[in-house]
Each structure stands twice: as C-alpha cells, then as structure tokens.
Design a protein around this ligand. Structure first.
Ligand SMILES: [Zn+2]
Length: 138
C-alpha cells in the first residue's frame, strides 16, 4: 500500500524513524513524491522501509551556502547510501572546520566515507524542514 504521500509526509515519516523508499515491481527505488516509477513508468509503487542507518558515500564542506543556509556556513552536506536509495542531507554534530586550512592534517576529517549516519529532520529558522544526518557512534 502507498499512502500517496508527498515530500512533507515523507519527512514526517523520516522524523519518526520510519523513512521509506518507493519501490516498483521491477525493483527500482525512488523517493516521494512519486506516483510512477521514474525508471520504468509503472504506477504500482509500494513502500519499503529504509534501514535505520546509511553510509556516507561522499561529503562536501560548504563554505558558500545557498541563501537559505547562508548564515550556517560552513557546514557539511553528505550523500548517504540507504540501500535502495541515496539521500542528501546536512551532517550534524561534526566540525566542518577540521578539514579547512589543515595542511598538516593533524585534525581528522569531519566525517569519512563509509561512516554510518542516521537520517532525521530539522526545522529551520525560516520554517522549512530539511533532511539531516546524525553520525552514528560506533
Ligand atoms: Zn520501475
């Protein structure tokens, strides 16, 4: 069954720890809002729960943000692999400055490829909500 959800409802689900992907009978996965599979066009989409944590595939320290994030620079964005889908979010709880200006590399990277992260949702000062990643303590 599909709740016929939009992105807001999907963020609600992620915030509740119940994030999901939409999968079609041919195994393609996508994220809401979708009513048809973007890969093959079928409309028979069902919800598949996302794993509780994903792994960082790549990350970027952003020093010049989009207007909505301008007062938060620098910050770290990452793309994380959640199995069937990849999510993009802002990484919380890390120090973006550890990478910058560190020619001696005495400081660790703020986060590493392969690090586990949990997806969450944060309400921003302008009222928008955004996807965030919290590094999982190992
Ligand atoms: Zn498909």
């Amino acid at each position: 069954m599909v709740r016929n959800t939009g992105y807001d409802e999907w963020l609600d689900a992620v915030a509740d720890g119940e994030g999901y992907a939409l999968t079609c009978p041919n195994g393609h996965a996508s994220l809401p809002p979708r009513h048809v599979c973007p890969d093959c066009g079928v409309t028979d989409l069902s919800e598949t729960a996302l794993p509780s944590a994903g792994t960082v595939e790549t990350f970027t320290v952003v020093h010049v943000g989009t207007p909505a994030f301008a007062d938060e620079t620098p910050y770290v964005t990452a793309i994380a692999d959640f199995g069937s889908v990849r999510l993009t979010g802002v990484v919380r709880g890390v120090d973006p400055e550890t990478e910058a200006d560190d020619e001696q590399q005495t400081n660790p990277e703020p986060i590493a490829i392969g690090d586990p992260v949990e997806a969450g949702v944060e309400r921003r000062s302008n009222g928008d909500r955004t996807l965030v990643f919290d590094p999982v303590e190992e």
